[in-house]
Design a protein. Structure first.
Length: 266
């Protein structure tokens, strides 16, 4: 069984380079921002960070494929890097520090490509999280300065903290009723959004989170971190991994109840 540690080290190098690029333009008064066809923003920093990561991967892993949010798929084969250069672009362009570069290595397997390495780097927060299959999940400044993280052991909804991104997506899918019922059952709710609630599930500071509509690059890195921390990451359909176009993450103990509420439609 491969240990993926060389790939994890490379992912940290890629994240270091991306952090330098994104931080150099964060809060820049002349930052260029465009609107993509799906009406979401993309900044020059998104494009520059993805180009930088792709160029380094071309040198270090020329046989691997790359899938990125801004430039699509390039290459074929059983190994595919999945990149979101800035997860939380809307925060980035408004000067809110909650955004991150997501880097994951996925391998072809049963049920599609599965994440085996993930790095989530949030330089404006001064935080980074990572995992490799079979090696656990960690947070820290670097591989040599890290603490292992674990999902919580909260087992009752009445004691649980639930994080989400917004209400509109749940309403659009006809799931708002079940979503609101869940919020009435839990101890606490907070709308952190983007990558952060998944990392808090992995750290045990939040017990569960969910989003109704996501792309693979939003989830590949966060999924491996959550699962290696002992949590559960599935789609709303219960399918394990980042392949359902949406996500539910929890400490595992609350997962069935989480899915039960979010799949109520009325």
């Amino acid at each position: 069984m491969p240990d993926y540690l060389d790939d994890l080290r490379l992912a940290h190098v890629l994240a270091d380079a991306a952090d330098a690029a994104t931080m150099s333009r964060f809060k820049a008064l002349d930052l260029k921002v465009e609107t993509k066809p799906d009406m979401t923003p993309v900044s020059e920093a998104d494009k520059a960070a993805e180009e930088l990561i792709r160029s380094q991967l071309q040198r270090a892993r020329p046989r691997d494929a790359v899938l990125g949010e801004e430039y699509g798929i390039e290459g074929t084969g059983p190994r595919r890097w999945v990149i979101d250069p800035i997860d939380g672009t809307k925060n980035y362009v408004r000067g809110v520090p909650v955004w991150a570069t997501l880097i994951s290595l996925t391998e072809a397997g049963e049920g599609g490509y599965q994440p085996v390495v993930g790095v989530v780097s949030a330089p404006a927060l001064g935080r980074r999280w990572w995992a490799a299959r079979g090696h656990g999940a960690f947070t820290g400044r670097s591989l040599s300065s890290a603490a292992r993280i674990h999902a919580s052991r909260v087992s009752r909804l009445a004691d649980a903290s639930f994080a989400y991104s917004s209400l509109s997506g749940w309403e659009d899918q006809g799931r708002l009723g079940g979503f609101l019922d869940l919020t009435r059952e839990v101890w606490r709710t907070r709308a952190y959004g983007d990558f952060w609630p998944y990392m808090m599930v992995a750290e045990g500071s939040v017990d569960m989170c969910a989003e109704p509509e996501l792309s693979l690059w939003d989830m590949a890195a966060t999924a491996i971190v959550v699962t290696e921390a002992g949590g559960t990451f599935t789609g709303l359909d219960g399918r394990p991994g980042p392949h359902s176009g949406n996500a539910a993450a929890s400490n595992g103990l609350l997962h069935d109840e989480l899915l039960g509420y979010l799949n109520q439609r009325y």
